[in-house]
Design a protein around this ligand. Structure first.
Ligand code: 4AD
Ligand code: MG
Length: 432
């Protein structure tokens, strides 16, 4: 007899098989019992009819506590009433591991309780769906960049540099020297782009964010492509193609997960239609002012209500271009004809999900970069290696960073970025 996974049921209709699973839920009447089974690949129901399986097995099934692990024997059948489409007619149950008083019951629980039990909460169907979408976005990322001959580069996590500013740094002691957990791999990726042309990284990054919002984690994963001989305009095209590609792949391969999440697939499909609108920071400020946002003036950073208004206005992800230099990192290329803005673009997701990409064309010129580093209050000696790139064949280059968890949150249509990470690190939360 074959041992299969639930997801493979469609290939075994009419066969008697074994499946290792957990009992997620159950219900029974006097004559028939239903076990909601999960094995990590999918959820489906097991059915036992008392007259057919006998009293002894029926009683075992009826009394299985939630999250008992079991080896099930039975016949796979079509089940047109369920979303999944298949079920198993159970003829044997072997208890593998007992479970007692599982804390997450089918009733509603408060968010603090669920977060304290994140290690168990992951077993629920919604969390399962979110992690499947996350996995698909990661898989699609490798496919997209590998198909375009990018080389994956892994920048260090421990670093002496702080390109995104010094206020949100996690500092640690590195044999008597201060070191930081990386905020971005970008500077290293720029060095790698000068060695390999087109590179990308995918790894954890850290920000000691003191703000408690629906969008901020202190540890999150970023995809960071960096491309030599590529202008900002070309980079924007790659960015929108990449985002559309990821969504297309989720639509193709995560249909069931999107159903569990009750995500509007037509809406997602709309987000694959290119190009995404582009507006300048100046235009964005004007648009906000014309629509009742009197609090915003040129030079201000956009808050969440501002970004939400702008993206909803276009009903699509939208690029905001050419931000004020005063609020941008040192490494961004100055605008060729304007002193006050840099060649930067953020991609803002619709439906209130906020910024998912930050990117720019990179500054070139030794003296200019030294000046900017010093203006930002950074110690030049920590960046000598980065400045070397200006001495040996510098070229125009561009890159960007896409936040994985923000993208997962948006594609899944969930409320909070904390559910987009298996074990989220948030302000005041490092357990479990
Ligand atoms: O805009 P950011 O800060 O850009 C950079 O770090 C660049 N050095 C990237 C590059 O050009 N290589 O961050 C990029 C993205 C944001 O758009 C957002 O999606 C995500 O990273 N992000 C966060 N996600 C979750 N929690 C946080 N605290 C985040 N901070 C940024
Ligand atoms: Mg940003």
């Amino acid at each position: 007899m074959k041992t299969i996974q639930i997801i493979d049921s469609k290939n075994h209709v009419g066969e008697t098989v074994k499946i290792g699973a957990w009992v997620a839920n159950k219900r029974s009447s006097g004559k028939i019992a239903f076990l909601q089974l999960r094995d990590g690949t999918a959820y489906f129901q097991g059915v036992l009819v008392k007259n057919e399986v006998g009293e002894e097995l029926f009683d075992v099934a009826k009394n299985l506590p939630q999250e008992t692990s079991v080896m099930i024997t039975g016949e796979i059948r079509e089940d047109t009433r369920s979303k999944f489409g298949y079920e198993i007619g159970i003829t044997g149950i072997e208890v593998v591991g007992e479970s007692h008083d599982y804390p997450i019951t089918p009733k509603e629980h408060g968010i603090d309780f669920l977060m304290d039990h994140r290690h168990l909460w992951l077993r629920s169907s919604k969390q399962h769906a979110v992690m499947q979408v996350r996995n698909e976005l990661i898989r699609a990322t490798y496919e997209f960049f590998n198909d375009r001959d990018f080389i994956k580069i892994d920048p260090p996590i421990l670093t002496g540099s702080a390109p995104e500013g010094t206020t949100e740094l996690f500092e640690t002691d590195y044999f008597g020297e201060p070191a930081y957990l990386s905020q971005t791999g970008q500077l290293y990726l720029e060095a790698a782009a000068m060695a390999f042309g087109k590179v990308f990284s995918f790894g954890p990054t850290f920000r000691a964010e003191k703000s408690k919002t629906r969008r901020h984690l202190t540890e999150f994963w970023m995809m960071e492509p960096e491309m030599a001989f590529v202008s900002q305009d070309e980079s924007l095209e790659i960015q929108e193609e990449y985002v559309a590609f990821m969504i297309t792949k989720v639509l193709e391969n995560c249909d069931y997960a999107l159903d569990v999440l009750e995500r509007d697939k037509d809406l997602l499909k709309k987000y694959t239609e290119l190009p995404f609108p582009r507006i300048s920071y100046d235009e964005a400020v004007e648009l906000l002012q014309q629509n009742g946002f009197e609090d915003i003036t040129w030079g201000d950073d956009f808050g969440s209500p501002h970004e939400t208004f702008i993206a909803n206005h276009f009903e699509k992800p939208v690029f905001i271009l050419n931000y004020p230099k005063s609020m941008s990192p040192f490494y961004m290329k100055p605008h060729p004809t304007r002193e006050d803005v840099v060649i930067r673009a953020d991609l803002i997701a619709p439906e209130g999900y906020g910024e998912i990409i930050g990117g720019s064309e990179r500054a070139i010129g030794y003296d200019y970069i030294v000046e900017q580093i010093e203006k930002d209050g950074l110690d030049r000696k920590d960046y000598e290696w980065y400045l070397d790139l200006q001495k040996y064949g510098p070229v125009p280059h561009s890159g960007f960073g896409l936040g994985l968890e923000r993208t997962v949150t948006w594609v899944c249509g969930i409320d909070h970025v904390r559910e987009a990470s298996p074990f989220p690190r948030l302000l005041h939360r490092i357990y479990p």
